[in-house]
Design a protein around this ligand. Sequence first.
Ligand code: HEM
Length: 340
Amino acid sequence: MALKNLLSLMVLLGVVGVSVARPYDNPFRNSQSNPQSNPGTMGNLDLDYYRYKCPQMEDIVRRVTIQYVSPKPTLAAALLRMHFHDCFVRGCDGSILLKSPNNDAERDAPPNLTLKGYEVVDAVKSALELECPGVVSCADVLALVARDSVLVIRGPWWPVPLGRRDGRISRISEANLPSPFADVNTLKKNFTDKGLNTKDLVVLSGAHTIGVSSCGLISSRIHNFTGRGDFDPAMNPNYVKELKSRCQPKDVKTIVDMDPGSVDKFDSHYFDAVDQRKGLFISDSALLNDWETKLYIKTQVWTGGASFNRDFAESMVKLGFIGILTGDQGEVRSRCDLVK
Ligand code: HEM
């Protein structure tokens, strides 16, 4: 009888579409690696975290993100990069968003000086504060805004489990992000230090399918690689020629596309570019120097990027779990740039 009642209840719940909660298992839960020193790392997140606390919140985030990114699609790249830079320093805790009166916060560190799109996060947060004050963390807002802005440019969708709390600390000295001059072993270590593996490295580097950089970061690579007026032999000479026509030796400002020929489109073309030795940075080209990353690149080239969107979604979910604060750790800020 008890079993019959239980079965009836399950059927009923199924019919009315009730799901009690959709907790999302932390991909690091059983892993040996400790992505970050935060004690909250092992916490779980939940796809329905705000279901009762702020039921409109995903709609609000999407609406405001579309409002900003549709007229200015280049913001999608900037916001995706911002989420990555948040997660790689002290975990995905919104610490990239904090401002310091002394200019010594994460956002003041050199790799972050070219981040853009803070105004989108702030606008989303303000809209949320009107609807449900003090409920939705800035770390969650950034994770969702990054996902939704990629959707605006017709990129892949990935689930964003929620419930991150905001960190109170943001230090310029800790903003040690992977370098565009790094070799593949260093990049692998950068990623394993955060609990991500070699596949995540090559898959997430695929984010360079969109966005831009500036001549300053590639100048030595194309004009004077070893101090003898040469260029990096890992580069395709025709690509070097193209880049040289855009970037004069002393020019640090002019913008260059990260994925030449397909910069606005979120697709697997980045892997074709790297395979043709047209990776913009040393760190892009370096992905051909490891058998696993090279095999992934070749596979995407051969299959027209058959698994890229799915792989990207999976790695983005993992990225979003790095060093999270949950429970009563950290805080939920009402303004993303100021601690409470
Ligand atoms: C693997 C190590 C990585 C290195 C060394 C690296 C380095 C860089 C550099 C130097 C830039 C240009 C910044 C500028 O000129 O202002 C850039 C841009 C960008 N990066 Fe990465 N990145 C890496 C991984 C990632 C990951 C994991 C993501 C996202 C999941 C990402 C997303 C982006 C995007 C979208 C841009 C373009 C930004 C824009 O147009 O505003 N990168 N990256």
